[in-house]
Write a protein of this length. Structure first.
Length: 147
């Protein structure tokens, strides 16, 4: 499981670096054509922004837009050692239902608090995970139907 996460992270970092190189190449071509052209400063990247500490919330009874809790982040509990070893996130991405296994509560929390048109979280489950074809659901800890 950790190898898949590590490989995914490495691939994403490689793609990020590839994009930075492409930007640098474009800027070099611009400078060759218009040496005195003032290039605008780069945008403020999310990775360079300071992060606010998340608010710890034990129970979020209702997360719909009319709720007083609508803007409060979902806080996922830690895995129970010896019983659970991964989270299974069930979501809709670009109109297609998918699932993902995560071992880190911080990553699961980050994904649980994303709200976009392309991504909608349906459920978070804890599982006893051996591999992609061998896992058992232990508990559903959050579901969109609970809202």
């Amino acid at each position: 499981m950790q190898d898949a996460v590590s490989q995914n992270l490495t691939e994403l970092l490689r793609q990020r670096e590839e994009c930075f190189v492409k930007i640098w190449e474009c800027e070099q071509e611009l400078k060759a054509i218009l040496p005195d052209y003032p290039l605008p400063p780069p945008p403020d990247l999310p990775s360079r922004q300071k992060r606010k500490k998340p608010v710890a919330v034990k129970n979020v009874p209702d997360r719909d837009a009319s709720s007083a809790c609508a803007n409060m982040p979902l806080k996922i509990r830690e895995l129970e050692a010896g019983v659970e070893n991964a989270y299974r996130l069930v979501y809709v991405y670009q109109d297609k239902e998918q699932s993902s296994f995560q071992t880190e509560a911080t990553l699961a929390n980050a994904l649980a608090n994303i709200y976009t048109e392309d991504f909608r979280l349906l459920a978070i489950e804890t599982v006893a995970f051996n591999d992609l074809d061998d896992w058992r659901k232990v508990q559903t800890i959050w579901s969109a139907q609970q809202e």
